[in-house]
Ligand binder design. Sequence first.
Ligand SMILES: Nc1nc2c(c(=O)[nH]1)N[C@H]1C(S)=C(S)[C@@H](COP(=O)(O)O)O[C@H]1N2
Ligand SMILES: [Mo]
Length: 247
Amino acid sequence: MPSRRKWMMTGLAASAAGAVSLKLAAHKGLIPPDHGGIYGPGATLTYAAQRLLTRGAMAREYPRAAISPKPFANPTQFRNDAYDQMAKDGFRAWRLRIEGSVTRPREYSLDQLRQLPVRSQATQMICEEGWSFIAEWAGVELAGLLGDAGMRAETKFIVYESMEQGWWDSLDLDDAMHPQTLVAHSMNGSELPSAHGGPLRMRVPRQIGYKSVKYLARIIATDDLRKFGKGLGSPGPEYGYSWYAGI
Ligand SMILES: Nc1nc2c(c(=O)[nH]1)N[C@H]1C(S)=C(S)[C@@H](COP(=O)(O)O)O[C@H]1N2
Ligand SMILES: [Mo]
């Protein structure tokens, strides 16, 4: 686990370098939703330092030869009757919804998504538990979908939910609009396998694995994360995992 301490120390180290202070973070509006509690100052410094120092940076992309022969699927695979039923006909009835602070809420079938311009990139999936693998994910840029939906100017965060109960997360616009952030429908040249979150998952290669929510069902643009869950931006901070988990 990225020990919470480690995240905190990363933030403290960055601030010790003279780059960032809590005051500067506040001044720049770089306050993450999980800024409260004992880990809050560390989370804030880490997030603000990353945003101030590495804004727009690209996650490393690997050559095809580096793709892991056996990608590790997080063993807890989500299943339920409704999912199995939809899987039987290739998720034809499945729709991804995009709503919230947008002028044109949308619903996409898998076929519609597959017809949109594809971006593919081999990146590393890094789990906070210590394992990792490299795979090539392909899908549509989240930024493109948000553009199509007419994301409104007040939008500050993008919330995304899984069909798996309890799994949801959010991104600031830096990561949501980043060209490597994908709604992925394929992996290593095939349909995204169920074990890896098929039919659709969010793929956020600039952050730790848990931000790459599987079984993606709904994307919501919002101006305020306090409207979601406990207001911490994701369930993670309730258990000591930082909302912002940049790598
Ligand atoms: N819906 C859902 N999304 C999820 C998870 C999960 O259990 N359920 N695990 C997360 C974690 S902790 C990691 S590291 C990655 C792992 O992706 P993989 O199963 O494709 O290896 O998915 C993330 N997304
Ligand atoms: Mo993970």
